[in-house]
Design a protein around this ligand. Structure first.
Ligand SMILES: *Cc1c(COP(=O)(O)O)cnc(C)c1O
Length: 406
């Protein structure tokens, strides 16, 4: 009896071990399948504004070689006022913000900011900081003005923050209609203006100079300007168009940029920059157990993102980004020329890396993973290609040849 039990038990153990080995193999196989698909798809991805040429390989090797993958490192806290006794990368985070500050026309000594989870996260902070700033100095809730073709996150976040919002019509290139803005501007309430610097689909840039002229003429009781530059904010500071993103010249109070679009992060991330003047008008939460004020929305925040960002500022740096920015704008013009040459209806705006065109066949849409849009003013169905660092002239040629077949 004892022997029998023993045999059954042994059999059970052997079977369990065999099954778990099998399961592990199957799991790895599944992961490998995914890896293969990613390796095939990513280099040819042209439909979304994300670079697939990530310069983080050496960073990842360093990170693993130090076995930092064993630890949870957390940047809960303010990089400009660090109090945390726990391991963190808040110093690196502050340096990242200080690296970018002058490129957005903000003085190193005046800047405040953080590395965010995404462009959306940065817009959330911009809208929140703007609303609190305006409420603090006027005692009134602001009205948010944002164009219809601005990224949907702005509308979503106004909902979330329970803010009154006025959606301004756009011209056919996706830019805010300034006359329409002037018409709806309520001067008895503070104005929180969201300036879209590169709309998601058509790459339209709201005319900040004209928006400012209206604000100066009509004089609402207080004004805050947040710039949503998720994509264009990455490369424009490194081009001859850098004045567009200069806070002094365009008088904006905060800016949000994605980290995984142009800068080369391999996971969703971003930066948010504002000034100490705006920060001082926030009702910060004094959190005893964190030894300080918490002006930002999130408590726990990534400590790896600032490290990677810091690495990028050292490895790619100004010179590298300048070169990449030049290349993507050149290649965007190249795609436009190629489509023009075959008489295919297409558009490319100044300073933009986004070529949009008449929507091709379902086959082409699927094969190249293109995003659809619709605008009656431009003949109806549209699609676009976003030229990022990995989109070479050869890839563009391949795409145009395919569109020709339709
Ligand atoms: C991509 C994009 C966003 C959203 O950024 P995420 O980093 O994806 O959250 C917001 N605004 C504009 C203009 C964008 O292009």
């Amino acid at each position: 009896m004892k022997k029998k039990l023993c045999t059954i038990l042994t059999l059970f153990i052997v079977l369990t071990a065999a099954f778990s080995a099998y399961a592990a193999d199957a799991d790895i196989e599944r992961l490998n399948k995914f890896a293969e698909a990613a390796q095939n798809q990513a280099p040819d991805a042209i439909g979304y504004p994300v670079t697939q040429d990530i310069p983080l390989h050496e960073f990842n090797i360093w990170y693993l070689s130090k076995r930092l993958d064993r630890f949870m490192i957390n940047n809960a806290g303010d990089p400009f006022d660090p109090h945390s006794e726990l391991v963190n990368t808040l110093d690196f985070e502050r340096e990242v913000i200080e690296f970018f500050a002058p490129h957005y026309g903000i003085d190193k000594n005046e800047v405040w900011g953080i590395c965010t989870f995404s462009g959306t996260d940065g817009n959330n902070l911009g809208i929140y900081f703007g609303a609190k700033y305006l409420e603090n100095i006027t005692g009134k809730k602001p009205i948010v003005y944002v164009s219809r073709e601005a990224h949907y996150s702005n509308m979503r976040l106004c909902h979330l923050q329970n803010l009154e919002m006025k959606l301004i019509p756009t011209d056919s290139m996706g830019r805010m209609e300034i006359a329409e803005f002037e018409k709806v501007l309520d001067t008895t309430r503070p104005a929180l203006v969201i300036i879209a610097m590169g709309t998601t689909f058509k790459g339209g840039i709201d005319n900040a100079r004209q928006i400012n002229a209206v604000l100066e003429r009509k004089k609402p009781i207080a004004v805050y300007r947040h710039v949503d530059a998720a994509l264009f904010g990455g490369y424009l500071p490194f081009t001859e168009h850098k004045d567009l993103l200069d806070a002094r010249k365009n008088k904006f109070d905060s800016i949000a940029v994605s980290g995984h679009k142009f800068f080369g992060m391999n996971e969703p991330a971003g930066i948010f920059l504002t000034t100490k003047k705006v920060l001082e008008k926030q009702k910060a939460f004094n959190i005893t157990y964190l030894n300080g004020n918490m002006p930002m929305i999130n408590c726990s925040r990534s400590a790896i993102t600032p490290l990677k960002f810091w690495w990028l500022t050292k490895k790619v740096g100004y010179k590298g980004y300048e070169k990449q920015a030049k290349q993507i704008l050149e290649n965007a013009k190249y795609l436009k020329q190629k489509l023009d040459a075959i008489g295919y209806p297409c558009w490319l705006q100044p300073c933009s890396n986004t070529v949009f065109f008449k929507r091709p066949s379902e086959r082409v849409m699927k094969k190249w993973g293109l995003a659809p849009d619709y605008d009656k003013r431009l003949g109806g169905d549209l699609a676009h290609v976003v030229i990022m660092q990995h989109v070479s002239k050869q890839l563009i040629d391949k795409f145009v040849a395919d569109i020709k077949k339709n």
